[in-house]
Design a binder for this molecule. Structure first.
Ligand code: UT7
Length: 325
């Protein structure tokens, strides 16, 4: 099997910023509640008409430039998203056309907040066994398009953004270990009820606000902490490593309190945890990848560093990955 690593990163966050103060004018909430309960101060919001592929494009161009490869050299595009441009075709197909990546096979992957970790794990398999040479993996969401702006339990949490990475064969380092999991028995605690084959769009589903994301946050909190802790332990054990070997943990950004509880359980000091939740909120599939891109750009991930990605979300699904940069 070939060694596979990330050779280029890119990200895009929409221009418009929605602050906690802005939300105070929309629902019965306060900056104090949002900050202390979640760690979020502001989030980026896509402009009207700006769809997932529009956010994915600049992130992908930047990643390809960083990797110094042309779109025509891509063999595979995997887009992790739960808020694609439309139910079908895939964002990956739309993105392929926008990039001019003519020879790439393309598909979307639905694993919510663990989507990016699932995505790089899937792409790694194609590259490791030599089926393909170059892959683009994108995590993108326009979660504000499925946010109920009348529901203070959820509308303060989410944001929009995109991140992209280019994967190829590397001589040193690269992806050391990945671990993916799912517990499908808890679909009801985080989902978007209507618009699929179970409950097709109708006047009634619109009236009942069933085209918006629903979440029982409180129930998820404890599961998130325990699952992310377990996922990190499993992926480290697989790699025969300990937490002392990890230079930086880049977790899914659902809640700063969840992240810090995981870090505490794992014995990882705060300064070795990367957070962008304060500026971005929860961007589901886009959270882990944009955090990774920012950490690289800010020089917090250097050549030879070992990083741990750790994500959890609707499904319930989870994924963890260790990469030597
Ligand atoms: O992305 C991956 C999956 N997602 C997660 O893992 C999210 C996990 N859950 C969480 O992050 C947290 O549970 C939330 C941030 C969603 C909520 O925080 P919490 O500390 O669990 O609050 P809660 O749901 O227990 O609500 C506490 C109180 C309630 O009032 P009462 O019943 O105690 O009077 C809520 O009505 O806070 C109230 N509340 C709010 N107050 C002001 C809920 N939302 C708000 C709000 N502003 N926006």
């Amino acid at each position: 099997m070939k060694k596979v690593g990330i050779i280029g990163v890119g990200e895009y966050l929409p221009e418009k910023i929605l602050t906690n103060a802005d939300l105070e004018k929309i629902v019965d909430t306060s900056d104090e509640w949002i900050t202390t309960r979640t760690g979020i101060k502001e989030r980026h919001v896509a402009a009207k008409g700006q769809a997932a592929s529009d956010l994915a494009l600049p992130a992908s161009i930047q990643a390809l430039k960083d990797a110094k490869i042309n779109p025509e050299d891509l063999d595979l595009i995997v887009v992790a998203t739960i808020t694609g441009d439309m139910p079908f075709p895939s964002v990956a197909a739309i993105l392929q056309d926008k990039l001019g990546a003519k020879k790439a096979a393309c598909f979307d992957l639905s694993a919510a907040c663990a989507g990016f970790v699932y995505g790089i794990s899937v792409a790694q398999q194609f590259l490791a066994c030599g089926t393909y040479k170059n892959a683009l993996v994108v995590g993108v969401e326009v979660l504000t398009s499925v946010t109920d702006w009348q529901d203070r339990n959820t509308c303060v949490l989410f944001g929009d953004g995109a991140g992209a990475v280019v994967l190829t064969e590397v001589k040193e380092g690269g992806i050391i270990s990945t671990y993916l999991g799912c517990d499908g028995s808890k679909v009801g605690i985080l989902n978007l009820p209507a618009g699929g084959s179970r409950l097709p769009a109708s006047a009634e589903t619109v009236k009942n606000r069933q085209h918006f994301l629903k979440m029982q946050g409180n129930e998820l909190f404890k599961i998130a902490v325990n699952t992310m802790t377990k996922a990190a332990e499993v992926v480290l054990a697989q790699a025969k490593m300990t937490f002392a070997d990890i230079d930086l943990i880049i977790p899914h950004q659902a809640n700063a309190r969840i992240i810090m509880a995981v870090a505490k359980k794992l014995g990882i000091p705060e300064e070795r945890v990367y957070l962008n939740i304060e500026r971005c909120g929860n961007m589901s599939s886009a959270s882990t990848v944009t955090a990774l891109c920012e950490a690289v750009r800010e020089g917090k991930v250097k050549r030879g560093d070992v990083i741990l990605l750790d994500a959890f979300g609707a499904g319930l699904v989870w994924g963890a990955c260790i990469i030597k940069w």
